[in-house]
Design a protein around this ligand. Structure first.
Ligand code: TRP
Length: 448
């Protein structure tokens, strides 16, 4: 281990840690991704399945990760290496570090789109004539240069915060940005609920159409979304947990993070679906929901410019607190394993993520002929990361916690007080989580 004092930096306050973890969890996944996944998978029934997945699989694994980080006081790859005596467990951490870097590459692209839309609404430059949203989005993303410039802006902001370190960079930024996010999202939700026919959007969201559950892909979507949204199996909670002093208890922090992330996604859905139904639009338009359907609505809505500024501002801020976490994971690795300074690690890794993200951006323009498994580059990378690699590293982490980590060590590291809760956790990581992940994953590949 390096002597770099920064590698063992700590959060200043418990609330600062929780806000930073919430900042990592709450991001594009809760607004852009959650809303289109809910829309594509039938609304209410998906939501029920999603809650079950968070409770049965997400929260128990989240506690494992926090505990692994806190107990070892090391970044994700080193932490799993230290606790896992055999290869599959040792690799769980490295896999996470790699995936978070991969996600950062395209995450910054989408965050850049949000920044562009924020600027377009703020300056009044968005085409406020009805029916132009799709063409506007396509023309913007098809350009070679402009999206890449916005992507670079996001990367620069991210580097700026990560370079500041744990307490003065990440913790401080989240302490300012997270309350701002809460205020904006609640304001937008209240506004949406006042729109005519808002109730239809709520019905779509909360009244389950159970037929959706007959399709295996819906289960995979719920699992993939839960992992993506909580930032599971990527080492972020290990890394953030490693900056916690030993005396903090984890179970309550874990519940706050899982609950807060889910609540935020639902409030964001209450912003989106009433507006979609109020304007007679279709909710199952895939990833274009936030960048085509909603801007079209804002263009037609009274006061839509302000709503657009608030919505895309929300998206940008949420994305930045997450991209900071995505960058921090490999940066912590580079500091600890390669002995790099925080500043140069942040700069070098972010520059690499920027360059490797450019093809994802160009996949909607000059590289639109390049399809991977029938998908544009960005979507293919997202699918591979969220629906393939994440379930696998999630499985490794569950099996590690349930079958490899000594029971007494694991329980002590998490710090359960109530033995019944500890027992439930253990049943989840031993049986429920591995079985659910394995079945859903194999079924989705039509292997069973
Ligand atoms: N959870 C983030 C979101 O909802 C995205 C994300 C996935 C993430 N994995 C992560 C953020 C790891 C930080 C670290 O948008």
């Amino acid at each position: 281990m390096s002597n770099n004092a920064d590698a063992r930096a700590q959060w200043k306050t418990r609330s600062g840690f929780i806000l930073a973890a919430l900042g990592a969890a709450i991001g594009l996944g809760n607004i852009w991704r959650f809303s289109y996944v809910v829309g594509d998978n039938g609304g209410g029934a998906f939501l029920v399945l999603y809650f079950a997945t968070i409770a049965l699989v997400g929260l128990p694994l989240l506690l494992v990760e926090l505990a692994v980080g806190r107990a070892t006081q090391r970044e994700a790859a080193s932490a799993f290496r230290q606790l896992g005596r055999a290869a599959p467990w040792r690799s769980a951490g490295v896999l996470g570090v790699v995936v978070s870097f991969v996600i950062l590459t395209y995450y910054a692209v989408i965050a850049g789109w949000a920044l562009k839309f924020f600027a377009a609404f703020a300056s009044g430059g968005y085409p406020f004539a009805a029916g132009e949203a799709a063409a506007y989005f396509r023309a913007f993303t098809a350009a070679a240069i402009e999206p890449v410039i916005w992507q670079a802006c996001i990367i620069v902001a991210t580097v700026g915060i990560v370079t500041g370190g744990i307490e003065r960079g990440i913790e401080r930024a989240n302490k300012i940005l997270m309350p701002a996010l809460a205020v904006i999202v609640v304001g937008l939700a209240i506004h949406s609920l006042t729109l005519p026919n808002a109730g239809r959007g709520l019905a779509f969201l909360f009244a389950p159409s159970w037929e959706a559950l007959a399709q295996p892909r819906v289960y995979l979507a719920a699992l993939g979304q839960a992992f993506f949204s909580l930032g599971l199996a990527m080492g972020v909670l290990v890394t953030y947990g490693s900056y916690l002093p030993q005396h903090h208890r984890l179970p309550i922090a874990g519940v706050i993070i899982a609950f807060g992330d889910t609540l935020f996604a639902i409030v964001a859905a209450i912003v989106i679906f009433p507006a979609v139904f109020s304007f007679g639009m279709s909710p199952d338009q895939g990833p274009g929901l936030a960048f085509i359907t909603l801007p079209e609505i804002f263009a037609r809505m009274a006061g839509g410019q302000i709503v657009g500024v608030a919505f895309f501002g929300l998206l940008v801020l949420a994305a930045i607190t997450s991209s900071v976490a995505l960058l921090e994971i490999p940066v912590a690795y580079a500091i600890e394993r390669w002995g790099m300074s925080r500043g140069s690690a942040a700069l070098a890794i972010a520059a690499a993520a920027f360059v490797l993200g450019v093809p994802s951006s160009l996949g909607f323009g000059p590289l639109s002929q390049v399809l991977l498994a029938g998908l544009p580059i960005l979507d293919a990378v997202d699918f591979a990361a969220s629906n393939v690699i994440l379930p696998l590293s999630g499985l490794a982490i569950a099996l590690f916690a349930g079958w490899h980590w000594r029971r007494a060590d694991a329980l002590a590291a998490i710090g359960f007080r109530d033995p019944r809760v500890a027992q439930l956790w253990r049943i989840s990581v031993r049986y429920v989580a591995p079985a659910m992940i394995a079945i859903v994953f194999l079924r989705s590949l039509s292997l069973i």
